[in-house]
Design a protein around this ligand. Structure first.
Ligand code: S3P
Length: 198
């Protein structure tokens, strides 16, 4: 994409979002944090990541928190962080892959946000999250068959990610192309997303 076209998409994306947040949702390994940080830079907006916020507040990594407190306690922390993040205006937010399972979190994020669901093929996800060693950083993928786990969780969560406003498959994209695709999609479609949906 040429520099002029890129600048045009950037301006249109900013206008389409207005003071709403751009919220990246979707499964682990689909590029939410990487794309979120890069899109925020392109759009000149601040960026926050729910997992990073949880880790800062609880003074431990996601892996440690799962091991020390269990998944339920992690989800309680996640709900509180998402509630706080969704009150911001004009941010780019990346959420953990399970955050939308809480209906209150989904409603809060939709209230002042455009939700963009990133997706990728199961084999691509597995590669991005560390292959056979995926469980070392993603506790939900621990065990002998991480690909089977990914497929099962994707099936379970299809309707959650399906509730997003916009959708982008990042499987075939390198990082730069994916960010361009995000900005362009937002420019073209975010303006049509109704405001104030809870
Ligand atoms: C989870 C996804 C992770 C992290 C935790 C649980 C999930 O975040 O919140 O391991 O339930 O899908 P990423 O989607 O950023 O990997």
């Amino acid at each position: 994409m040429g520099a002029t076209a890129a600048a045009r998409w950037r301006t249109q994306a900013a206008r389409a979002l207005g003071d709403r947040n751009l919220v990246l949702v979707g499964f682990m390994g689909t590029g939410k944090s990487t794309m979120g940080r890069a899109a925020a830079r392109v759009l000149g907006r601040p960026f926050a990541d729910s997992d990073a916020e949880i880790e800062a507040r609880a003074a431990g990594t996601v892996v440690e928190l799962f091991a020390r407190l269990g998944e339920e306690a992690f989800r309680t922390l996640e709900r509180a962080v998402v509630a706080d993040l969704s009150r911001r205006r004009g941010w780019v937010l990346a959420t953990g892959g399970g955050a939308l399972a809480d209906p209150g979190s989904l409603a809060a994020l939709r209230q002042n946000g455009v939700l963009l669901a990133l997706s990728a093929r199961p084999e691509v996800i597995l590669r991005r999250v560390g292959g056979a060693a995926a469980g070392a950083r993603r506790p939900l993928l621990a065990g002998p068959d991480p690909l089977g786990r990914i497929e099962a969780l994707l099936a379970e969560r299809a309707s959650l990610y399906g509730a997003a406003d916009l959708h982008l498959d990042t499987s075939g994209h390198g990082r730069g192309a994916a960010v361009e695709a995000v900005v362009r999609l937002v420019a073209e479609r975010a303006g049509g997303v109704r405001r104030g949906r809870g």
